[in-house]
Design a binder for this molecule. Structure first.
Ligand SMILES: [Zn+2]
Length: 280
């Protein structure tokens, strides 16, 4: 599932291309996504794009917002005259609109924003901007790296937890934005065994892990996210973090920290990759 770097990558693209554009029409191809597609959307101008954890919010100039969780396979693809030289990946996106296009936001200046979702787990809600923070998903979201995740809080939340440290990192109510890929890689970078009880980490290890979480997310963002299933940026293009994974998806391969071999196990049902040689 897309994590903080992937959703931030989408956010940066949408911010660049959508802000200042007006929604001139809506074509709803999946009726389950919106009840009345024209209500509050038609004629409104985009004034800001925000990200909360793995959620996206598009603010409009009429005090309404579009809140979206792309879940496993949601994609936003912008098409406009200014980006003709930067075409989307046909392999990941298809020819637009594709059979997985659920909503087409028609914009002024002949631009379109396509919302695709293969698996249909994504949700889209149109609501008053002032009510966005009251959506359960946003309300329950823990502090995020690069925003409000402070070391003191991180330390406290680890000390209080009986879960495996990896599961804790992925708990969106405790820490927003970190999922399976970056939890695996942060633990490898910090040389911490993902199975360890969160509360067993020593102060030095907590600091190391805190820094590692920020470092791997920063790398993820630098490479435009990881395209695992069908993640694409706002222009429909793949991210390259996949080529820079530290542990995630590298079972049987050499660890970059030492001469050990990355092993795959399961923690709380999720594929977990770590190096038994250097992660203690
Ligand atoms: Zn190692």
């Amino acid at each position: 599932m897309p994590e903080l770097p992937e959703v931030e990558t989408i956010k940066l693209g949408l911010e660049k291309y959508l802000v200042g554009k007006k929604i001139t029409d809506i074509e709803l191809l999946d009726n389950r996504l919106l009840q009345d597609p024209e209500l509050h959307l038609k004629g409104a101008k985009v004034i800001a794009v925000k990200r909360f954890g793995k959620g996206l919010v598009i603010d409009l100039d009429n005090n309404y917002s579009i809140a979206v969780h792309i879940k496993l396979t949601g994609q936003f693809i912008y098409q406009g005259n200014e980006i003709k030289k930067s075409p989307p990946s046909i392999k990941l996106v298809g020819t637009l609109p594709s059979k997985f296009t659920r909503i087409i936001f028609k914009l002024d200046k002949n631009a379109n924003l396509y919302f695709n979702d293969v698996r249909r787990f994504a949700w889209v809600k149109v609501l008053k901007t002032s009510e966005v923070k009251r959506l359960p998903f946003f309300k329950e979201l823990g502090p995020e790296p690069f925003k409000d995740l402070k070391i003191d809080y991180f330390q406290k939340v680890l000390k209080k937890s009986n879960s495996a440290v990896k599961s804790l990192l992925m708990d969106q109510k405790k820490i927003g934005g970190v999922g399976n890929i970056y939890a695996n890689d942060a633990l490898n970078l910090a040389c911490i065994d993902p199975r360890r009880k969160a509360s067993s980490l020593k102060d030095e290890e907590v600091k190391k892990l805190y820094a590692a979480v920020h470092e791997v997310l920063k790398r993820g963002l630098k490479y435009g996210g990881a395209t695992e299933i069908n993640f694409v940026n706002a222009l429909g293009q793949a991210g390259k973090y996949l080529e820079h994974f530290l542990a995630y998806g590298r079972g049987g391969e050499k660890c970059y920290n030492c001469s050990g071999t990355i092993k795959k196990i399961r923690i709380a049902g999720r594929g977990t990759y770590f190096c038994p040689n250097c992660q203690h």
